[in-house]
Ligand binder design. Sequence first.
Ligand code: AMP
Ligand code: MG
Length: 344
Amino acid sequence: MNNYKNRSVRHPGVGRFLLATTVLALLSVSCHQQQPVQLVGEAQGTYYSILYYDAQQRDLQPQIDSLLDAFDLSASLWVDSSLLRRINANLTDSLDNILHTLLSHSSFVEEYTGGAFNCRVGRLVQAWGFSFKERSEPDSAALAAMLQAVNDTFSFDSLRVHKSPATEFDFNAIAQGYSVDLLARMFNSLGIESYLINVGGEVIAHGKKANGKPWAVGIERPAENRYSAPDVEISIPLVDRSVVTSGSYRKYYEKDGVKYSHTIDPATGRPVTHSLLSVSVVEDECWLADAMATAYMVMGLDWAKAFIAAHPEGPGTDAVFFIYDSCGTMKSYATPAFKQLIKN
Ligand code: AMP
Ligand code: MG
């Protein structure tokens, strides 16, 4: 569905970022300092923006694009022939490294979050209309069948997955974050120590800028609706860490005055409707920040607060939440660990 061709654009000016995380003051280096290479392109139906300091000023766009292309051929739901689409259609049970890792990470987060995160929501996501099929409200019999598919057991090893034919995997809550980790690994292997990678608002920062300062990443205040311009609320210094935001305020649809989020509560099989607008999570690895942000969107603020209190060592302790209070006023709640992070 998405056209991934003509993805590469070199130095076209300012990139567009889809959700809630904005890169701040990137190029504030003096002319005596080394300039970062800046690359902007398209991936996974969104934009990427990458900055890195490289003494050789190498153009890494071809490598970046081929990594992201290979990633889509494996884990994208929008590429008809992807391995994930073929597994979901029960045409194969073979796994590659990417899908094996996504299954392992997803299983860990599902267990850790008490089932709030669940990568087997594929059919529900489609049924509620956030994927490539028509939007409709499933009747209760259809909902019960899809919930069964979400709860059916599955198993896998590094080569194969065994699942019920009705189960369809959806890694959209974790895959983009993992692709950022893979790009970071590529930069590390090339000996590049200072970089900032942003794929659709999912960010990892490594090392510091040439002026010795940390990369600065901005977190947006959630907008009234998907058309509102981003408004940076908090700037966080990020060294060797990732930040990911999940939100209901850009990806939703409205029917009879109710906003349906694209996040499904695996306990009910329905889109979540609580007042949590967005949550940003800072973690060492981007897949984990991505998955925990989605899990918190399922939990809502009260459960998320109790969860964080029960898991003081993390992962997921560095988070900031935006909600509407009972009077309809937007409020934020930052965890103690997150407050510490922005103080530094
Ligand atoms: P994100 O934008 O990272 O929060 O991911 C949201 C996407 O993850 C949705 O569009 C679905 O494809 C998928 N998803 C929805 N609900 C869940 C859930 N409870 N657990 C895991 N993935 C989900
Ligand atoms: Mg996510």
